[in-house]
Design a protein around this ligand. Sequence first.
Ligand code: ZN
Length: 160
Amino acid sequence: MQIEDHKVVTLHYTLTDNEGAVIDKSEDGSFAYLHGARNIIPGLENALTGKTAGDEFSVVVSPEEGYGMRNDSMIQEVSRSMFEDDSQIAVGMQFHAQGPNGEMLVVTVKEINDDSVVVDGNHPLAGVDLNFDVKIIEVRDASQEEVEHGHVHGAGGHHH
Ligand code: ZN
């Protein structure tokens, strides 16, 4: 069975940066996603199209097909009073914030000053080449319910 839209794919993956440091990997091989539903980044999804269970491959996903390019205008200095308890703030902490168009985004604390905090709204992997090593474990048809919800149910997926 080939990977195409409306298939549920279970795979092992290891994600490394260009220096070979592991950024992320699948836990217990139980990562599953619904193909064609934008559950995963476009560059990886495109590379998986047409593959079958047992296939192993490596793919380098550019930022354009991954988490986007870094945008310096997403780095902002905000007042410490914006934070409920500013004594708890530390560099590297992440917060949910509202973006310029009302969208939710995750910001990362970059720098803490006497009166202000510098936060970065770029995705932590923006601007990074993503090196995936992938092994496909299983390909199956998605259920009607999974297609309607746009995600996988059961092992490695949503439980609700
Ligand atoms: Zn669901």
